[in-house]
Structure formats: C-alpha cells, structure tokens
Ligand binder design. Sequence first.
Ligand code: GLA
Length: 389
Amino acid sequence: MDHFIISNQINFMKLLNRILSSVTLCTLLISCNNSSENNKIPFAKAVITKKDWGEVDGKKVYLFTLENSNGTIVTISNYGGTVTSFVTPDKNGNKSSIIVGFDSLQPYLRQPPYFGALIGRYGNRIGDAKFSLEGATYKLAANNGKNHLHGGIKGFDKVVWDVSVPNDEIPSLTLKYLSKDGEEGYPGNLNVTVIYTLTNDDELKIEYNAETDKATPVNLTNHSYFNLSGDVSNTILNHRLMIDADNYTPVDSTLIPTGEIKSVKESPFDFTSSKLIGRDIDSVKGGYDHNWVLNKKDTSLQKVAVLSDSTSGRSLEVYTTQPGIQFYTGNFLDGKFINRDGKPLKQHTALCLETQHFPDSPNKPNFPSTILRPGKKYYSVTIYRVTLN
Ligand code: GLA
C-alpha cells in the first residue's frame, strides 16, 4: 500500500515537473481516488505537449507528444500528419519506438519513403496516372514511372496540416487539410480531417473524414513502418504475421493490380494462420508489396491482422473499417535513411500494414468503389493496438 502511495506521489511530482517544463501543455487530467479496499490508487492522466519543430511553406511545424495513463507515448507532427514514434515497453520493461523515424524535421524534408505519414488523396498506385469519371478523363501527376503513387509529387505526406487539440481526457489531435480542386490532377476541393487518438488500451486510433464539392477518388491511409523489436538492426523477417484474408490482388511488373482477385491458398501469400514473414518471402519477387482482400464483409471495425515479435514480446493488432490492407516488407529501403537510433534502414528492417481500398480502383470496375461524391461523407477508422505477450 505504502509503495503505491509513494510511487503515485513520485508520479505526481514527475507529472508536475513535466507540466512546468513543457513548452505548451494542452490537456491535463488527474483523477486520484484513495481506495483502501482494493490497494489501488487510480491515477489517470492525459498529457499532450507541443514543441516548435520548424517551418515549411511559411507554415509552422510542431511535434506533439501524446502520452496515455500507461506511459505509452506517440509523437506526431503536423508536417505530413506524420507519426514519428510509438514508444512502448518490451517484455523486459525496456522502452523503444516500434515505428521508425527521426527526432527532427530536417530528415523528413529529404523525402524518406513516406515514413509515418498520412497518405492522400489516393493511397498506393493509380495505373498510367489517369482515370475517367463521369465522362471526363483526369491526368494525375506521374511520380512512380508512368504511374501515380500515394497522391502524387506533393501528396498529403508533404503538406503542413492545420492542427488543434480537442480538450479531452484522452490525448488526441485533429489535423485538417484542404486539397484544392486540381491539386496533383484530382477534381474537387477535398476537405480532409484526420483525428489521431492514443487510448489507454495502447491503441493508436486514426479516424479519417473527407468531403468534396466534385466527385473524386479518395483513399486515405497512414504509412507507418513497424519494427516491433524496436531495434532496426533486426529485420522484420522474424516477425510473425496473420492477415484475415483468403484473397489478394496480384500485380503486374509496375505493381498495378491485374484486376484479378486471387486465392492465397497454397501460395506464399497465405497469412490466414500466423506465420514467419521470412518463411516464403524469397518466392515473392522483390518481397511482399501487395493488397490483401480482407475477409470482412462490411464496413464495421474489425481485427484484420496481428503482427508479433517473440524477442520483444510485443504484438500489434490492426483493426479497420477498410476492405484491404497493403502489406509491404520495406523492399525499397536501401540504408540511405538513418533511423533515430543511428542505424540504417536497410531492406526488410521495417514493414507497413496500410489499411486501404484496393490500388488502382478508379480503373478497376470490379473493385469496391473509391469515388466520393458531393453531399456524401468519407469516414474510415484504423486502430493499431500494441500488446505484450
Ligand atoms: C507503398 C507501396 C510500395 C512503395 C512504398 C513506399 O507501400 O506499395 O510499392 O512505393 O509505399 O516506398
């Protein structure tokens, strides 16, 4: 009992210190009930700090630190809506980030391959950088050979978002961006709002909202790269992965889906039961970089994937309302970018699980539609939840 009181007093002093030293304290909630019956002193706090991180396009860039009542920390910048770190303890209590990234803005301006960023207006590729809609053909920026990738030359990952902090018990951030009619070739003014929340269940929840004034394709996602060991000298080939998907969308040599929805059965793409990522990767040319067609039948929020790493004891559960997930094994990472821990991000040192609609849907009538029309609201949710085994 004494131990609880002392540790909570220490926590309280630490918290006070944090408040005094924070550049800006946005939200603070403390509830402290003395309960002699159950030996527990509930101590809930929600802390967000904000620091100046630089300037891009004449707009201020900040780094926000969200901390939940377990001491789990997520840092997010309004530059690209980028999640720069997700710090959790491993099974030995050692804390490290399970998301790769940098501690300053500068390296993000050297255009790393979308580390932690929000992706839009269209996640993944649109073939030949064009599509037709309501009788008109739209030519998009071709920034991946002849194809359009992740929203174009200056996608949502490279813009400064307007940011506000809702006055809540749970730490969260609201990011807004107006993508103007014609931006990167897309029709319509698209108003996008993304809400990041760090819950007390160690979930990073991402809610995506959008509205348009002309019909346009929309496919929003987040491009965090995970390495659950928290140390990028370990590859992710020793992580295990389960994806609740009986089918995937095969691609051509430029990574555009052929249009076929193919069974994963008896193929390296079968992750219906948890298996080591490295087990079959050598039989997939270039590594995994494909869209899995999730088994879920509706737009309810469901658990669709579980990633685990036995060394650290960490697991990552992915929940989404979306119909697909891009599982990408960091095939193009070549050591050019150095992670925050000073280690190079080489091939397969991190992986992405990007919840999404299927790539090239605007040109694939058999894929679920990605067209948002005026008067309709785009809404999707994805949760990344960390657990310890
Ligand atoms: C996505 C794509 C990959 C690659 C990465 C960024 O995940 O599917 O092909 O372009 O983004 O490098």
